[in-house]
Design a protein around this ligand. Structure first.
Ligand code: NAP
Length: 244
């Protein structure tokens, strides 16, 4: 039986396609969701019909208690987690001066603290086994910064700092920690963009297309595979050449 993977925020978008890809390729997949129960259940039943081993687990990954419960349920049903994909995230465009202190905290809780909580929870088993892969989803905006997305960009930059530091700390335990920093991907997260905005983003992209969730899933899968055993602490950015 394949390795066990937990994908946070797997009800939609990049997380959904990542969970699907790992399941297609023989992994046991825990599908985490927070509020999109119907979408998550749809993916679960699709994977079951295809004969894959999967489970559904609801949790707000910014909540310590809920994360602990989620990890316990996954361990009981699918065994130790071999691969953690910290994907869940939220985004919003707004002027810096419009950001409230509560929003600032909430974004850091969902986009960064969640990764700390999930990673801390899976590490004892990974360290015991001297093996494990942790893949954190950042963004090109965490590398280059985005106007009117200062809060989002700040959280995604923090994810990169966490990835690099943790890779150094966990290298001696043979645990690889890497970051995927996608460019613009066609998901609900970008549903607020107008057709004109999307055309403009395409024009700025050397490959001339908006990315698909599957493009990111393939990158995550590669980093989780044995082909990436010598890669740690890196930021890989599938972005069509948007950021070079
Ligand atoms: P999406 O379609 O909006 O999906 C976001 C996912 O995160 C949903 O499954 C959602 O679950 C989950 N989520 C949000 N808050 C959560 C919480 N507190 N607890 C558990 N799950 C939570 O977004 P996406 O485009 O697939 O984005 C996935 C990741 O890629 C994010 O980290 C995002 O920042 C990053 N990213 C996206 C793009 C892009 O262009 N789309 C570019 C760069 C980076 P529920 O719906 O069940 O609440």
């Amino acid at each position: 039986m394949g390795r066990t993977v937990l994908v946070t925020g797997a009800s939609r978008g990049i997380g959904q396609d990542t969970a699907r890809l790992f399941a297609d390729r023989g992994c046991k997949v825990a599908i985490n969701y927070n509020s999109s129960e119907e979408a998550a259940a749809g993916l679960y039943s699709e994977l079951q019909t295809a004969g894959c081993r999967a489970m559904l687990v609801q949790a707000d990954v910014s909540n310590e208690e809920q994360v602990q419960k989620m990890l316990q349920l996954v361990n009981e049903k699918l065994g130790d987690i071999d691969i953690l994909v910290n994907n869940a995230g939220i985004a919003k465009q707004q002027l810096f001066t419009d950001i409230s202190a509560e929003e600032w905290d909430r974004y850091f809780q969902v986009n960064v603290k969640s990764m700390f909580l999930c990673t801390r929870g899976v590490l004892p088993a990974m360290i015991r086994k001297q093996a494990g892969k942790i893949i954190n989803i950042s963004s090109i905006w965490g590398i280059t910064g985005a106007s009117c997305e200062v809060l989002y960009s700040s959280t995604k930059a923090a994810v990169i700092g966490m990835t690099k530091s943790l890779a150094k700390e966990l290298g001696p335990s043979n645990i690889q920690v890497n970051c995927v920093a996608p460019g613009v991907i066609a998901t609900a997260m970008n549903s607020g963009l107008s057709q004109a905005d999307l055309e403009d983003l395409k024009d700025q992209t050397p490959l001339g297309v908006i990315g698909k969730s599957r493009d990111i899933a393939e990158t995550v899968y590669f980093l989780a595979s044995g082909k990436a055993d010598f890669i740690t602490g890196q930021v890989i950015s599938p972005n069509g050449g948007f950021l070079i």
